[in-house]
Ligand binder design. Structure first.
Ligand code: GLY
Length: 323
């Protein structure tokens, strides 16, 4: 556990920041201009936030900050749930999923991309340079190589290779992400100009079936941004996030007047009603609203997220949880 960890007391913090007002007939929460601000999932979000903050604190754009921020996580080969350091699928392939979305509703995504260090930047290029939203597999790789990305030649890091070979001995297929297994960096930011953007990138579920895609590259599931309302990102067992269009649900709940934390809780409650057994799974959401208020919520204890603003100097916060 990091020595930088701080438990932010949301009730006290919110009381200091928030005043309740009325807008369009529904109760809304307003903050004293908490921008810029960046949030990202898990402890690896601390280092990612540092890079995002360099851009945000210099009055840069949220879309640039959220790309740059998660690149930090992608290039850390010790991270076994994001980037090329990730654990492979059952066939030994490290397949990467990522997406990005800006304040105008532009978005780009790559699924099942192999051998590329920064899938988030390929997703950004899909957004910026094509009329499409999603490219997958070989097509995504071909697009990346045609646009100047380098094909990394190694198949797996030595650590991931060892873990995979140990897994192969029993080859038990348990597609769950429990509370100890961190996964996915989702990052959402509000810049000084008041614009929201988000990014999400992962190597996905360890030892998944080849070709399996989770929530992280799916706009509306792993990530959603509406510049009039807020932004949200998800982490955890992707199938369950997809089933409830998780991040979109969080944003729609904020549109209905709920605080970011309440909106995340409502999405988590929907997940808890899944027809699948979600008892051993972890799902967490983070959210920022247009005013810079933020929150997170998870199915189980153990989910945390990193926050950086002018008032909060990159702190790790424990999310409230349903169970
Ligand atoms: N949340 C990452 C995944 O399920 O792949």
């Amino acid at each position: 556990m990091t020595s930088r960890r701080t438990f932010i007391k949301f009730s006290a913090f919110s009381a200091a920041l928030l005043s309740v007002g009325k807008s369009m007939g529904s109760p809304r929460l307003h903050t004293s201009s908490e921008k810029p601000i960046v949030l990202s999932t898990w402890e690896h979000g601390l280092a990612a936030n540092e890079d995002a903050w360099k851009i945000l604190s210099a009055n840069g754009k949220a879309i640039d900050a959220v790309e740059k921020g998660v690149m930090n996580t992608e290039e850390n080969l010790k991270n076994q749930s994001v980037g090329l350091g990730g654990l492979p699928d059952r066939d030994g392939h490290v397949t990467l999923d990522a997406c990005i979305m800006d304040e105008l509703g532009n978005c780009g995504s790559v699924c099942c991309l192999e051998h590329i260090k920064h899938p988030i930047s390929v997703a950004r290029m899909v957004m910026d340079k094509t009329p499409h939203v999603i490219l997958v597999g070989d097509g995504a790789l071909k697009f990346a190589l045609n646009h100047g990305f380098t094909k990394e030649t190694f198949d797996r890091t030595p650590e991931a290779d060892k873990a995979w070979k140990e897994w192969l001995i029993k080859a038990q297929y348990k597609p769950i992400i429990n509370v100890e297994n961190h996964d996915t960096i989702g990052m959402i930011a509000l810049d000084a100009a008041g614009n929201l953007s988000g990014s999400c990138t992962t190597s996905g579920l360890a030892y998944k079936m080849h070709g399996r895609v989770g929530d992280s590259p799916i706009i509306g599931a792993g990530l959603f941004v509406d510049n009039e309302v807020g932004a949200a990102a998800a982490t955890g067992t992707g199938e369950e996030v997809i089933r409830v269009c998780g991040s979109h649900t969080v944003v729609e709940m904020m549109r209905a007047g709920h605080s970011p934390e309440e909106a995340c809780r409502i999405a988590v409650e929907r997940v808890s009603k899944s027809p699948k057994n979600v008892k051993e799974m972890q799902i967490g959401f983070i959210a920022i609203n247009k005013h810079g208020e933020f929150g997170g919520y998870a199915l189980q204890n153990g989910f945390n997220f990193a926050v950086h603003s002018n008032k909060i100097n990159n702190e790790l916060c424990d999310a409230k949880h349903l169970w």
